[in-house]
Design a protein around this ligand. Sequence first.
Ligand SMILES: [Zn+2]
Ligand SMILES: [Zn+2]
Length: 143
Amino acid sequence: MAELHEHNTATLLRSAGRRVTNARLQVAHVLQHSRGHLSASGVLAGVRQADGHIDQSTVYRVLADLRDTGLVAESRFGNSEATYEWIAGDDHHHLHCVECGETTQLSSDLVDRFDGAVLEQHGFRAENRHMVINGVCERCSVE
Ligand SMILES: [Zn+2]
Ligand SMILES: [Zn+2]
């Protein structure tokens, strides 16, 4: 595991008001080095692969906790199980096609405008850090 990276993660954990524990670092490491979204069992497999020694219940607990800090996004694509992704303040959003399963990035500007309209019309401050919109992509719409 890269030194610099771990140092960064420790700083982020502390500023989120969390103690830096081995389990948190291991889960963070796996998420940071995976491309995209991982299920809890995917995270566990990654931890094992990196020679980590934490059990399944710890992985679930750490994931829920990291989600609460906002460092990790928890999302569901369609009816699949929950997935996790390291976002650490970098907001991003997805369009997910329920037909082919493909996930593409949704522009943050669009979501910012949406959040702005929600604030204007409802006085509600939306916290859309990681939005997933389910629907049908262009390719699947054409028969
Ligand atoms: Zn994502
Ligand atoms: Zn599609």
